[in-house]
Design a protein around this ligand. Structure first.
Ligand code: CIZ
Length: 303
């Protein structure tokens, strides 16, 4: 079947089932193109929470679909593939977080949304890369703060706020493939371009960028900055979104290696099969969902 035929079938079936199709900025271009809404995890979490659709098909990775289910427990949430995980989320378990909390009994826990539902349930606040600085800035000064699982995002937040954080040493293997050498090379090839990188990149990389931002922030920056060319330091799925939204500007990846294999598991065939069969339904236990919802609500409600 051609991409066009598959897309038409997906759209027709989604419509007949009243399904809301959400896709993350890192999904394959053709998956983004059939979605009702494309965004970062904060925007998608807000859409899922506010939706009255009975069926939400979430094209992203597992923790994002779990977040949708936790924020909208009465909806059926499907993920097209059951094996789209996140190595960063897997780097911190609930048991490890509980042990760290015991070592710092007065600390508040801020957990990046790239984490399991069980870890969120042990957290006071969730944040995304789009609002991590805001979330930590809103915490009482003088109070210890545990931040995990992404050490690089934590270092970025700590630097922006001049506030020490207790950091977990997790990292995103995809963003850590971005190097200063690769940025230098891209700058030589495109000397007029601004360099925008994601805060999951290492501190030496964020230090040489013109701007550091979440995917929603990258889109905003490129839309508002009077420059025609950008070197993009995040997962390469974002290039599709940028080219589509800002067709008069030019975007270059820092490197072709910045591709998350988990984000590319969802294909149009799998999206169609998921709508046809009702597989794979996301389930989060009531006890975990109830505890995690509190931390997630604090994240989505912070404007
Ligand atoms: O928060 C997200 O959606 C991720 C994983 C990246 C970004 O900045 O959008």
């Amino acid at each position: 079947m051609t991409t066009e035929t598959l897309s038409e079938k997906v759209r027709a079936l989604a419509q007949s089932k009243g399904a809301l199709l959400l896709a993350h900025n890192y999904q394959l271009g053709e998956v983004q193109d059939v979605a009702d809404f494309v965004g970062d995890s904060l925007e998608l979490a807000r859409k899922a929470a506010a939706s009255d659709a009975r069926l939400i098909l979430f094209c992203g990775v597992r923790f994002m679909a779990e977040t949708a289910k936790i924020l909208n427990p009465s909806a059926t949430v499907l993920e097209p593939a059951p094996n789209a995980g996140c190595p960063l989320a897997d780097m911190l378990t609930a048991e490890q977080l509980i042990r760290l909390k015991r070592e710092h009994p007065d600390a508040l826990v801020v957990t990046y949304v790239n984490s399991s539902a069980e870890v969120k349930a042990e957290s006071d606040y969730c944040c995304t890369s789009g609002n991590a600085v805001k979330v930590v800035a809103a915490l009482p000064p003088g109070r210890e703060v545990i931040f995990g699982p992404d050490q690089s995002l934590g270092q970025f937040v700590s630097g922006r706020l001049g506030r020490e954080l207790i950091l977990w040493r997790g990292y995103c293997p995809t963003h850590h493939r971005i190097t200063v050498d690769a940025i230098d090379e891209a700058r030589r090839a495109h000397p007029a371009a601004k360099v925008v990188v994601h805060p999951e990149c290492t501190p030496d990389v964020t230090a040489v960028a013109d701007e550091v931002a979440s995917t929603a922030g990258i889109l905003r920056y490129a839309a508002e900055t009077p420059c025609d060319e950008y070197i993009i330091g995040t997962e390469n799925g974002m290039l599709h979104r940028l080219a589509k939204e800002l067709p008069k500007k030019r975007f270059y990846p820092v490197s072709s290696l910045v591709t998350c294999p988990n984000m590319k598991i969802n294909t149009l065939e799998k999206v169609l099969r998921s709508l046809e069969t009702g597989q794979y339904e996301v389930d989060v236990s009531d006890k975990i969902a109830q505890a995690a919802r509190l931390a997630l609500r604090r994240m989505v409600e912070l404007v």
